[in-house]
Design a protein around this ligand. Structure first.
Ligand SMILES: [Zn+2]
Length: 431
């Protein structure tokens, strides 16, 4: 394997700021750091003072393979992830067929390894076919490479099944991720239930649908001792429930998404289905509460919930268009520009939500810039402003709620296992 060196980068990880230094990568790990470390490298990348930090971890992305490759596939999805600075991605199981058999998990793992993009860590379905009726074989799925159990996309309506799932997963040390929305309360809502939905005459999905099931899932975590990760918390009420259970010492963690941190239900006034997500975009007060929770350290991770669809699907009318939007390539620049540059959140706190936070949720080693650590790194250009251009997405879903917005913080280089998985050529000078 070739020896790759990154010269003159400012090094920052969860242990702190390590100043400007050179880093040598060899055999998939960080082989040397400091002055002169770049000597003897075959490939030299001049960082020019850009920020070098561990590649991000996304515990929530829809890569659509198998069966929905018209929306996304492993090649496009993992390339998109690398372009967004992510070195590891947990893919969701709501594919076609669903990821409910060990053979499917093994296929995904094998295929992803050949791509040399972001690392794939598949989640497996909690129930066969995501039907919420019978549990899948968690031990066999874990053996095949599954790292998480979730029916994400479809809430688990039956509390007794969720309890059994948590008992089984707890025995195996698997994290159960929940899509917490009470289906009977959510009904056919296409947006947040509130002033805006009333004004527009659209069916709403009340915040109570989410908070009620978050409460149930936290109770089940407490009851069973299973590590339950609440996906895409969107509202003040839901987050308060999580906080309540955390205070009790329940083994509960939670995630928020880039879109729920930056958009509100007011966006639906455009009737543009790009803003149709599940759970829905909430109110300004909810967004403010989520942002404050980031500062208070209540949120464990930022998961993208990258959910690609074809343009044709998202150009249907609001009632029939599918839920979800692609965001994995813009997640960091968006949050850096909107939260860090505005002074709302410190950079290390944002990085922690993409690095140490998700690693701790999963029980993985926290990523560090140190000799011997895996060479999963991202170089971030915090200076150059550039517009979001969906036509240049690696994702097949070439649309975005943030199209045209000028952002800073773009990943210019992502290295996974010592191999370059993404490079923004015009941003990095080579010598
Ligand atoms: Zn999802």
């Amino acid at each position: 394997m070739s020896r790759l060196a990154i010269r003159g980068a400012r090094l920052l990880d969860g242990a702190g700021d390590h100043g400007v230094a050179d880093v040598l990568l060899e055999d998939g790990t960080i082989a040397a750091m400091g002055e002169g470390a770049a000597a003897g490298a075959e490939t030299l990348i001049d960082a020019g003072g850009a920020l070098l930090t561990p590649a991000f971890l996304d515990l929530h992305a829809h890569l659509r393979e198998p069966g929905q490759e018209v929306k996304e596939d492993l090649a496009s999805g993992l390339a998109a992830a690398a372009a967004g600075g992510f070195g590891t991605v947990v893919s969701m199981a709501n594919t076609s067929p669903t990821v409910d058999e060990p053979g499917i998990v093994a296929d995904l793992v094998q295929k992803a390894e050949r791509l040399s993009k972001a690392r794939l860590r598949p989640a497996a379905a909690l129930s066969h076919g995501l039907r919420g009726e019978t549990l899948t074989d968690y031990a066999a799925l874990q053996e095949a490479g599954a790292v998480m159990i979730t029916d994400d996309g479809i809430p688990v309506a039956n509390g007794r099944l969720m309890r059994s799932a948590c008992e089984y997963a707890a025995d195996l040390g698997l994290v159960v991720q929940t899509h917490s929305e009470d289906p009977s309360l959510r009904a056919d809502g296409v947006m947040n239930e509130g002033e805006v939905s009333q004004e527009l005459g659209l069916p709403g999905n009340p915040d109570a649908a989410e908070a009620a099931m978050v409460f149930r899932d936290c109770e089940i975590a407490r009851l069973t001792g299973a590590r339950v990760h609440i996906a895409h918390v969107t509202s003040k009420r839901s987050l308060q429930v999580v906080e309540h259970f955390k205070a009790l010492g329940a083994p509960v963690t939670c995630e928020v998404t880039p879109h729920h941190l930056t958009l509100t239900d007011a966006a639906l006034r455009s009737f543009d289905p790009v803003f149709k997500v599940a759970p829905p975009l909430r109110t300004e007060a909810d967004v403010a509460y989520l942002r404050d929770a980031l500062r208070r350290g209540v949120v464990d991770s930022i998961g993208t919930d990258h959910a690609p669809h074809t343009r044709a699907e998202k150009e249907r009318d609001l009632m029939s268009a599918p839920f979800g939007l692609p965001n994995i390539e813009v997640a960091f620049p968006l949050l850096y520009t909107r939260l860090v540059e505005t002074g709302e959140l410190e950079l290390p706190a944002l990085l922690a939500l993409l690095q140490d936070g998700p690693a701790r949720v999963m029980g993985w080693t926290v990523p560090r810039l140190e000799v011997g650590a895996p060479a999963d790194l991202v170089l971030l250009d915090l200076e150059t402003e550039r517009a979001v251009d969906p036509q240049r997405f690696r994702s097949k879903a070439r649309f975005s709620p943030w199209a045209g917005e000028r952002l800073r913080g773009w990943p210019t280089l992502t290295v996974v296992g010592g191999v370059v998985a993404h490079r923004l050529e015009e941003r990095v000078a080579t010598s």
